[in-house]
Design a protein around this ligand. Structure first.
Ligand SMILES: C[S@@+](CC[C@H](N)C(=O)[O-])C[C@H]1O[C@@H](n2cnc3c(N)ncnc32)[C@H](O)[C@@H]1O
Length: 275
């Protein structure tokens, strides 16, 4: 039975999430982390590597990471413990039912942060309204989401294009928006932020060196056939096992291309909650 999250938390998925740091995944938030007492909520924290990194940057503050997956929250707790980070807590919970999570109160966070979460929700604007409730007045809501339609690769490879088309079809079919990165400012406006209170920027991940290609292409080769995404494709009638095998093979070929270049584009917003 696949989890609510389209990819599930297979090892190949977690390898991608666990590589994430503040520097590579929320550079837009860095300038605002100079206050060591900040209280930060990391929504959909996954295995918590970003949350733990955030906590090290606010040594007199606190980070609370929440995620509906008990399995991944266990991993997040272990990661923080291994890093010796104490000003952090992880709780199983869902942003739409945050009132059931211990220690969450309306208007109590300096920063509400979410990385690659809205693209997995059917109701991103409703989630954004919850983020606003949880932020303090003068606090920030900081988001970063990929736009899968804007992913680029070189050299051309029909199998990678097939993966991209399939990914967009499956996620849209599930009621999600895999291109939401390009309209985070619009989501924020629909949820109630005036345009003047929103800073919109763009951030990228580039995988081009042999090590970078091994990481990115290797994990997608595995995710394609082993994560919950496989079940979504096959059970949903979007493609066959053979299609997925072909795509996984394409990722392996891309990994070996010395001139290979894979670009991921993310939209980022910092929204300030005014009185
Ligand atoms: C792509 S992962 C991102 C994990 C982490 N933020 C990162 O970037 O490494 C999306 C996460 O959102 C979580 N998620 C899905 N629905 C959620 C909800 N309603 N409330 C909070 N988190 C949710 C999933 O369980 C998953 O761990």
């Amino acid at each position: 039975m696949p989890s609510a999250y389209v990819h599930g938390h297979h090892a190949s998925v977690l390898r991608s999430h666990s590589w994430r740091t503040v520097e590579n995944s929320c550079p837009h938030l860095l300038p605002y982390l100079k206050v060591p007492t900040l209280h930060i909520l990391d929504v959909g924290c996954g295995p918590g590597t970003i949350s733990t990194d955030l906590a090290t940057r606010v040594p007199d503050g606190f980070v609370l990471g929440i995620d509906p997956s008990a399995e991944v929250i266990e991993k997040a707790r272990k990661h923080a413990e291994e890093k010796g980070v104490k000003n952090i807590r992880f709780e199983v919970g869902d942003i739409f039912n945050w009132d059931q999570i211990t220690g969450i109160e309306e208007g109590s966070f300096d920063v509400v942060h979410a990385h690659q979460v809205l693209q997995h929700l059917e109701e991103p604007v409703r989630a954004m309204k919850e983020f606003i409730k949880l932020a303090k007045v003068d606090g920030l809501v900081a988001l970063r989401e990929a736009d899968f339609s804007a992913m680029h690769h070189y050299p051309d490879h029909p199998g990678i294009q097939k993966w991209k088309d399939l990914y967009l079809t499956v996620t849209k079919g599930l009621g999600f928006d895999p291109t939401i990165g390009k309209r985070l400012h619009a989501v924020a406006m629909e949820a109630g932020f005036p345009r003047n209170d929103i800073d919109a920027t763009v951030g990228t991940w580039l995988f081009s060196t042999p090590e970078e290609r091994e990481f990115w292409c290797g994990l997608w080769a595995e995710r394609t056939v082993k994560s919950d995404f496989r079940d979504r494709v096959v059970d949903g009638g979007y493609g066959t096992e053979a299609d997925l095998e072909e795509i996984a093979q394409s990722w392996k070929e891309m990994e070996k291309k010395e001139d290979g270049w894979l670009l991921v584009i993310h939209g980022e917003v910092i929204c300030r909650k005014t009185p």
